[in-house]
Design a protein around this ligand. Structure first.
Ligand code: TYD
Length: 138
């Protein structure tokens, strides 16, 4: 996997004077079956989350409220996706290092995953990630 495999997906939008509506569907806008949904909220200023890679978990990340940056790294190149609209989602495949930074006040990150939570699915050490990436293990 490389950062070219990340995809920013524009989601459907129904603009309405009563309030707008957007939605996502698995195996459609989200290119995998959803096994897990979690969210990150109440992030204090200056904090960052998620410095890790997943061996198998694919993710789809939406800034439901506010804004933050998702930094994706394939061991050769890095790319910053600035998420700041609730009708865009970022698909991040497995095997990439990713961090989330620059959370705005009251931001709310919604994340869908393709596998259930498992500590064995994480690489939390960047050097270990690079080693496995360079060996072609991930
Ligand atoms: P963690 O993955 O370490 O957060 P970060 O994205 O910042 O690396 O998760 C923080 C804690 O939440 C950790 O103790 C495990 C727990 N957790 C679950 O139990 N289930 C989940 O789906 C997630 C994402 C985390």
């Amino acid at each position: 996997m490389t950062i070219e495999d990340c995809k920013l997906v524009e989601l459907p939008r129904f603009l309405d004077s009563r309030g707008n509506l957007s939605f996502v569907e698995q195996l459609n806008h989200i290119p995998f079956e959803i096994k897990r949904t979690y969210w990150i909220y109440d992030v204090p200023g200056g904090e960052e989350r998620g410095g890790h890679a997943f061996l198998t978990n694919e993710e789809f990340i939406i800034a439901l409220s506010g804004a933050f940056d998702v930094i994706v790294d394939d061991g050769r190149l890095k790319k910053v996706f600035a998420l700041n609209r609730s009708y865009y989602g970022l698909y991040v495949p497995n095997g990439l290092w990713r961090e989330i930074r620059n959370f705005s006040t009251n931001s709310f990150a919604l994340e869908f995953g393709s596998v259930k939570y498992s500590t064995e699915d994480y690489i939390r050490d960047y050097d270990e990630f690079l080693k496995q990436k360079n060996n072609g293990e991930i």
